[in-house]
Design a protein around this ligand. Structure first.
Ligand code: C2O
Length: 312
């Protein structure tokens, strides 16, 4: 692995602007569907690193004990690796999709679950027969059902408006009250050679995990597949849309101010991951190179963040 070169950002002309999924127009949906079905077609060659299943397996490899570093299992959840790993993962996934439709400005949509308008499965993912659809989802959560961002498997019969209000209050708590400093937001330190899973950051814990569990098909699958389990989550296209919003929260959190800035710890900054780029070349990347989304070539179409005013 030492021979794998470091990644250099290719020259770019225009930022990829990730749109809120619920508001995307049909032209965008068609492009995204086409890119995803082309990616699924690549599964015919089960070793093609750009195939949909191989891409999903990247997630599985980084969290189910496939890699060992310094004799210890590598785990990208439950620690400060959570935000940077998933940012890099989406970065390459997005570029691969774009290259499959020859669109260098293609950007993933974000599941805007922190805004009342986005608190349901985005309609483009809920159309049966589309490449963005996944059958292994909780069927009672389809067709506009309001998501409970605090969901850990228990169904609530709270009125919709109340669920939305609770969600906003929960967002305020996880972004503002409980995360005034980097260590609370990013999660516990996980330097090279230490035990995995030292502790989650506020957003990884809630709502990130509840959104997974709520989406997965707990009623019909053994292990909450697909979204409700690490090994299978990447097999649902909605995963990448969910994580785009998780990633957006990183930017939003820094905008709140105070001591909310990136960690400066060297172990964090120098942590590395491996990915294939859209030309099937393997690269290694460092956490220090993913702190500024603009520098990486993408940004988020702005949406209001009403939770900022939901101080309990
Ligand atoms: Cu790698 Cu949402 O988990």
């Amino acid at each position: 692995m030492d021979s794998v070169p470091y990644y250099k950002f290719p020259p770019m002309t225009k930022l990829r602007i990730r749109p809120p999924a619920h508001a995307a127009d049909e032209e965008y949906v068609a492009k995204y569907q086409l890119a995803t079905s082309r990616m699924r077609e690549l599964d015919k060659d089960s070793f093609d690193p750009l195939g949909f299943k191989q891409q999903a397996n990247i997630h599985c490899a980084y969290c189910n004990g496939a890699y060992k570093v310094g004799g210890k299992e590598l785990q990208v959840h439950f620690s400060w690796l959570f935000f940077p790993f998933h940012r890099w993962y989406l970065y390459f996934y997005e570029r691969i999709l774009g290259s499959l439709i020859n669109d260098p400005t293609f950007a993933l949509p974000y599941w805007n679950w922190d805004h009342p308008k986005g608190m349901r499965i985005p309609p483009m993912f809920d159309r049966e027969g589309s490449s963005l659809y996944d059958d292994k989802r909780n069927q009672t959560h389809r067709n506009g059902t309001i998501i409970d961002l605090g969901h850990f498997g228990q169904e609530v019969d709270t009125p919709q408006l109340q669920i939305m209000t609770n969600n906003l209050t929960l967002m305020y708590r996880q972004m503002v009250t409980n995360a005034p400093c980097p260590s609370q937001f990013f999660g516990a330190a996980y330097p090279l050679g230490t035990e995995p899973s030292p502790g989650m950051g506020t957003i990884e814990n809630i709502p990130h995990t509840p959104v997974h569990i709520w989406t997965g098909d707990k009623p019909r699958q053994k292990n909450g597949e697909n979204m409700g389990n690490f090994y299978s989550a990447g097999l649902d296209p909605l995963f990448y849309c969910h994580h785009a919003n998780v990633d957006r929260m990183w930017d939003e959190w820094k905008l709140i101010g105070g001591k909310r800035r990136d960690l400066s710890n060297k172990d964090w900054l120098n942590s590395e991951f491996f990915f294939y780029d859209e030309n099937r070349n393997p690269y290694r990347v460092k956490v220090r190179d993913c702190l500024d989304s603009k520098k990486m070539g993408f940004g988020y179409a702005p949406m209001p963040t009403p939770w900022r005013n939901f101080k309990p």
